[in-house]
Design a binder for this molecule. Structure first.
Ligand SMILES: C[S@@+](CC[C@H](N)C(=O)[O-])C[C@H]1O[C@@H](n2cnc3c(N)ncnc32)[C@H](O)[C@@H]1O
Length: 240
């Protein structure tokens, strides 16, 4: 964590770079990406809002620090971290870019305690088809207990590879399907809290989703349920 003096210098630098760091636990980004170079690919189903990664990197790392995304998808974390002059490694079970290493997040090819910041935007259930890979965790519905058992294996690998005092940011959403609500965020938080100390929970507004239209709004009223409006960003620290 940067000291207060260094933090002040970084705040001044932000004014030059048109970046206002978040100060509350409610984040809202109308666009997936920013800047001249795109970050990740907004055609990728489940792409991460690039600002989420940028804020975590700004708050919790220094230039040269190591950032890892073990479910890198279209590479948003890689693109943001590089632009911020961090060293970055991205893995995915279905690597779709040459700079993403094909690997199962339940077994990371990294030494113990070598990572400064882990970021994960994992599947929330089996609602999105990411790939045909049989080991994709996004093939397991969140109503099935196995979903959390498999995510805990990822959590343990992140814990092993994170430096003491290092930060994990995990983006996740709940599910309402077939008249059943599954509090995926709370369930994952329980798992994370077995291994890490909580730093905070941020609510990130969801934009551009499939259900963001009049048809789904009518359904929500007619059948008396709520559409998802936010994701949780669970911020955890490995105890020193
Ligand atoms: C929500 S997407 C990540 C989006 C990404 N942050 C981006 O901005 O494009 C979830 C990713 O988890 C990956 N995944 C699922 N199971 C995995 C596993 N066992 N190991 C590694 N990656 C996995 C999927 O292939 C998918 O790319």
């Amino acid at each position: 964590m940067p000291d207060a003096g260094a933090q002040e210098e970084r705040i001044d630098e932000n004014h030059r770079r048109d970046f206002t760091p978040e100060t509350t636990t409610l984040w809202d980004y109308p666009y997936q990406s920013y800047g001249e170079k795109k970050k990740g690919d907004n055609r990728f189903s489940g792409v991460t809002p690039a600002f989420v990664v940028r804020h975590l990197i700004w708050r919790h790392t220094e230039p040269g620090d190591v950032v890892v995304d073990c479910m890198a998808g279209s590479g948003t974390t890689i693109d943001v971290a590089r632009e911020e002059n961090r060293r970055v490694i991205g893995y995915d079970i279905a690597a779709i870019r040459s700079d993403i290493i094909q690997n199962d997040a339940r077994s990371l090819p990294l030494e113990d305690e070598c990572v400064d910041l882990h970021f994960v935007d994992s599947p929330y259930s089996d609602n999105i088809h990411y790939s045909n890979h049989p080991d994709c965790i996004g093939k397991i519905p969140c109503e099935d207990e196995r979903f959390f058992v498999e995510l805990e294996k990822v959590v343990k690998e992140i814990h092993r590879t994170l430096k003491k005092g290092g930060i994990l940011g995990w983006l996740i959403a709940d599910q309402y399907r077939k008249r059943k609500f599954t509090p995926v965020g709370f369930r994952l938080f329980e798992v994370l809290a077995r291994h890490f100390e909580p730093v905070d929970i941020v609510s990130v507004r969801i934009h551009n989703q499939r259900t963001n239209n009049e048809l789904w709004q009518r359904r929500a009223l007619k059948y008396n349920f709520y559409l998802r409006g936010f994701k949780y960003l669970l911020i955890m620290r490995k105890v020193e």
